[in-house]
Design a protein around this ligand. Structure first.
Ligand SMILES: [Zn+2]
Length: 632
């Protein structure tokens, strides 16, 4: 089809004001639109949404896409399976459609003569399980997170930054909303937003709900920062003044770290529910942050979720403002390449950890316990002996959804956690080479700096990262990075801790962060001793490959029912591990393996081992500097 529509005349003027995200790379492409996007979420508690689209068309063949590659999810996981009731009408008549046989996200239509406007209607089914990411459960009786990518079709041949949308949303009675999408005007239960590009729309989810609270973090200042919270109960909204102060500090610390902010306003869209998926998804001017209902009011819950908002917030700079060119997919249809996720996610994991400490969401000890916990997991991960860190990024598309069983041997998405240590090592190395004159703060200000204001997008490649580091301090950064990315069994976690002035040790004292994670997740982490990852009912989630329990014959999916003749409990197995210390007799586990019940003899005598960091007085203490607040 041709790109001229009679709406095109007004488009050009509107685009100037509403498409800051598209400007960086859409070049001379002719704009498309407008697409009226009318979403009705009044039946969200029934787990169904309706969308009505109206778009200009011309007679002839037309291909419409459903968004496939979802920004921030790094996968082709657009939830197309949850479309139902799809119907196209033009010139008052139904228009037949057929799905492409090899491209499941493409719909073929033939627009009849004299038809200039196409109506598209479909329902989006919300009955997803409470797992996964934005396509997972998003609605409860009291709240819903609207992800616009789930509710649109758009023509082939245009970048999302060049497609103009006119969005509106109808809420259930009495619900309120929060979003970074500009220009909201409420009329009864319907909210009309300013015209926005499809890119801005997909990047600007709307959190809606009955129990709702908005907390301004920088009152009276520009830009505006707020936390919009929707919860499954009024009680869950009761953020303590201390926690609120830490979030205010987070905004200040991020300003000190990056030196500029590339957004007009910033909204944390926080869902507190035990019935939705739990994850975080970054956007340029907001983040979709979902956690357990009582995360603000129970201390263990607060500790487990402490790092979520800092991580997603860092993505506004690292991931949205600066993004690997390989990850662009300007139309959600061209595949993303995930090879630089060790920067996109790994550096975000590192800076998120740093900001969690600097803002006081974790105290110094808790931050160090977290580092020790993650380093210990990587220490006990034999998959690192065959799959290089680089391949965890290259293969992210399937590693994100890989099963927990054998995850230690397969490896998972270690471009988050191992790369966190890679970046800690970069920070420690910059400090060592410059005699503590420079640090990652200098790199962040260089790489993520520039003028504050409207969202912008500056793509980068591996060489840009290396060049940026070299502008901070000259070094063979390419070899530094490549050796840690491409080799097997690099010593990155332990080395980076040592290079920042600390050591990883194990003793029989519980690790505080590991403990609260176990309590909240109802799990028992015995990876560093008998090599088992258990549910608190004895279910074997994972067995460390070639560890003591593996050698005894155990595997994932089994269930421990008794330990040394006593009924299984977390305390019973921990006492048995301690009792076997210094003896020769193996621990006897009675284990159900599907239909069979068998006894396994686990020959391990090292006692309980929990990881911690201790200071190495022979080296400068960079880690304490890194975790220390940078604001007055
Ligand atoms: Zn992330």
């Amino acid at each position: 089809m041709t790109r001229k529509t009679h709406a095109g005349v007004i488009l050009t003027a509107l685009l100037v004001f509403t498409m800051p995200l598209g400007g960086a790379r859409t070049g001379a492409q002719t704009p498309f639109g407008p697409i009226r996007v009318e979403v009705d979420e009044t039946r969200a508690p029934q787990k169904i949404l309706h969308t009505h689209l109206q778009m200009p068309v011309e007679p002839g063949p037309l291909i419409l896409y459903y968004p496939e590659w979802i920004p921030g999810e790094h996968m082709p996981d657009g939830p197309i399976i949850n479309m139902a009731g799809l119907k196209f009408v033009g010139g008052g008549k139904m228009i037949p459609w057929r799905r492409d046989l090899t491209d499941m996200f493409a719909f073929h239509l033939d627009i009849p003569q004299n038809v200039t406007s196409l109506a598209v209607d479909f329902d989006f089914l919300l009955a997803a399980p409470a797992s996964g990411y934005s396509a997972g459960a998003s609605a409860t009786a009291f709240l819903n997170l609207v992800s616009w990518n789930q509710l649109v079709l758009y023509p082939k041949g245009y970048d999302a930054g060049n497609i103009l949308c006119l969005p509106s949303l109808r809420l259930p009675s009495g619900w309120v909303f929060g979003t970074a999408l500009p220009g909201a005007k409420q009329n009864g239960e319907t909210i009309e937003f300013s015209p926005a590009s499809l890119e801005t729309l997909v990047d600007s989810p709307v959190l809606t709900g009955h129990y709702f609270r908005t907390i301004e973090l920088t009152p009276g200042q520009t830009p505006l920062h707020e936390i919009d919270i929707a919860a499954d109960s009024a009680a869950a909204l009761a953020m303590t003044p201390e926690t609120e102060a830490h979030f205010r500090q987070l905004i200040a610390e991020a300003g000190a770290l990056f030196g500029s902010r590339h957004y007009r306003d910033y909204h944390f869209l926080l869902t507190l529910s035990d019935s939705t998926a739990h994850f975080g998804l970054e956007h340029h001017e907001s983040s979709d942050d979902r956690t357990r209902e009582r995360s603000l009011i129970d201390e263990s819950g607060r500790l487990v979720f402490a790092g979520l908002l800092p991580h997603e917030y860092v993505h506004s700079w690292n991931g949205k403002y600066r993004r690997p060119a390989d990850l662009l997919s300007p139309d959600y249809h061209q595949p993303m390449k995930d090879d630089l996720l060790w920067v996109y996610e790994g550096l975000t994991e590192y800076l998120g950890e740093v900001l969690t400490a600097r803002s006081g969401l974790w105290n110094r000890h808790q931050s160090q316990e977290h580092l020790a916990d993650v380093a210990a997991r990587l220490d006990a991960e034999p998959g690192r002996t065959w799959r290089p860190l680089q391949d965890t990024a290259d293969a992210a598309v399937f590693l994100y959804d890989a099963d927990r069983a054998w995850s230690n041997w397969r490896r998972g998405t270690d471009f988050y956690e191992e790369a966190m240590f890679l970046w800690l090592d970069v920070d420690a190395t910059i400090r060592r080479l410059t005699h503590d004159e420079k640090s990652m703060v200098d790199f962040c200000r260089l790489f993520y700096g520039g003028t504050s204001g409207e969202p912008d997008l500056k793509p980068y490649a591996f060489d840009d990262v290396v060049n940026g580091l070299n502008r901070i301090v000259g070094y063979d950064w390419a070899s530094f990075l490549r050796s840690r990315l491409d080799s097997v069994s690099p010593n990155t976690p332990d080395e980076s801790i040592e290079n920042s002035g600390w050591k990883l040790i194990y003793n029989d004292q519980a690790n505080e962060i590991q403990d609260v994670r176990g309590e909240i997740g109802r799990r028992l982490n015995l990876r560093s001793s008998v090599g088992l990852d258990l549910g608190d009912d004895g279910t074997v989630d994972d067995v460390i490959y070639d560890g003591p329990s593996f050698r005894a014959g155990m595997g994932p999916g089994m269930k421990i029912t008794a330990v040394n003749g006593k009924q299984f409990s977390a305390e019973v197995i921990k006492e048995a591990i301690e009792a076997a210390k210094g003896t020769a007799a193996p621990m006897q586990l009675i284990v159900a393996n599907g239909p069979a019940v068998e006894t396994y003899a686990v020959d391990y005598h090292g006692g309980l081992r929990y990881p911690h960091l201790v200071r190495d007085e022979n080296r400068p203490d960079f880690l304490s500097e890194i975790l220390h607040s940078q604001t007055p």
